[in-house]
Write a protein of this length. Structure first.
Length: 367
């Protein structure tokens, strides 16, 4: 960490009122109805058959429902972070990629695989960080600061990626920003203010921070987390850096989804308090089933839950919707070729940087 970090300045181009409206959108996403085990088994079998018939492969994010993660693995698909999902799709021979996640993940898959057909399990699944960074205002903001390198998180639209100099994941963002800082570059960071603040304090870089937040990670509260830590004093605290600084300061491990999964697998600790989307528990249990996992507490919408740590848009990806798009057809992800040509450049720049630095993206991970 830098001894004298330059304070990150948060952009006011996204207002607290707008963030509140995005939060209300998230709160209004309907909860899918659960299905019984008797319904699930034949449904998964039917989907597996349809995937083969349509030369399709399922790629799922760590945060979606356990059933979709299980199905992806059983049918020769993949469960990973957003970038590795797209890279797997590129290497897989299937001509159709079906993405269980949120829209920016489908767009990233299309950018890296423009020749393939890309479908979303749920077309309405989006991301609060993506919503908080509309291209028109972001582009104007970048134009107002032409002396700065534009570094954007993977959780952004194809258009925002196309406007950037670098696209980064949480697993490599520190390395890239530190590299740019050492070269004397000043930075515009978007869209997650908490991740940007964490990176700025670690690197000391001169960063202007866009003001977006993740509706899940922004809800974690330090007082409640400290109370849980007292309840489980031997538990290791794992925190994703999209969380507020007050939460990060309490962490034993701060890092990407893959970093947190590796911590559970490799640590000698038996208990873990996890401050990220609880969808990740499926993979954590798979690699270390004997260990106990606890959801870090959130503020709780209307005091209706102890932890609301699950993205509502990830939650609306379901087996039933996957079957429906295979039977009835789904809306493909379409991106203008000019946008693809521009957006792939900062993504490839990140991949080239990782390769040159021998940073294994499969290990370092993503959002």
């Amino acid at each position: 960490m830098s001894d004298n970090p330059t304070p990150g300045r948060i952009s006011t181009t996204i207002s607290e009122e707008e963030l509140h409206r995005i939060e209300e959108m998230a709160a209004g996403v309907p909860h899918p109805l659960p299905i019984s085990d008797d319904e699930k088994a034949p449904l998964m079998k039917e989907i597996g058959r349809l995937l083969v018939q349509q030369d399709a492969v399922l790629v799922a994010h760590y945060y979606v429902d356990d059933d979709l993660q299980e199905l992806a693995l059983k049918t020769g698909g993949h469960v990973a972070d957003s970038l590795e999902m797209a890279r797997f799709g590129h290497d897989h021979p299937a001509q159709t990629l079906i993405v269980a996640g949120v829209r920016f993940m489908g767009e990233t898959a299309k950018i890296l695989n423009p020749e393939k057909r890309v479908l979303m399990v749920e077309n309405d699944a989006t991301c609060s960080l993506d919503l908080s960074c509309p291209i028109d205002r972001f582009s104007q903001y970048c134009d107002a600061h032409p002396d700065r390198k534009v570094v954007v998180y993977a959780n952004t639209s194809a258009e925002v990626k196309a406007r950037s100099d670098w696209v980064v994941t949480s697993g490599i963002a520190l390395d890239i920003v530190r590299h740019l800082h050492n070269q004397g570059e000043k930075i515009i960071w978007a869209p997650d203010r908490h991740l940007g603040d964490y990176i700025q304090h670690q690197t000391g870089a001169d960063m202007l921070l866009w003001g977006g937040v993740c509706v899940v990670h922004d809800e974690y509260r330090s007082k409640e987390l400290q109370q849980m830590m007292k309840q489980y004093p031997a538990a290791m605290v794992l925190v994703h850096p999209e969380s507020p600084r007050s939460i990060i300061q309490l962490a034993d491990v701060v890092g990407s989804t893959t970093t947190l999964i590796n911590a559970v697998q490799q640590s000698e600790a038996k208990r873990f308090i996890v401050a990220t989307d609880r969808g990740i528990f499926y993979k954590m249990h798979a690699v270390a089933g004997e260990k106990e996992l606890f959801e870090a507490p959130t503020s709780g919408k209307g005091a209706s839950c102890v932890s609301c740590g699950h993205c509502p848009w990830m939650a609306i990806n379901t087996l039933q919707k996957l079957r429906d798009i295979l039977v009835n057809g789904g809306k493909t992800i379409e991106i203008d070729n000019k946008i693809i040509e521009k957006a792939v450049v900062p993504i490839r720049r990140m991949l080239d940087f990782a390769q040159q630095r021998e940073v294994d993206m499969k290990v370092r991970g993503d959002a």
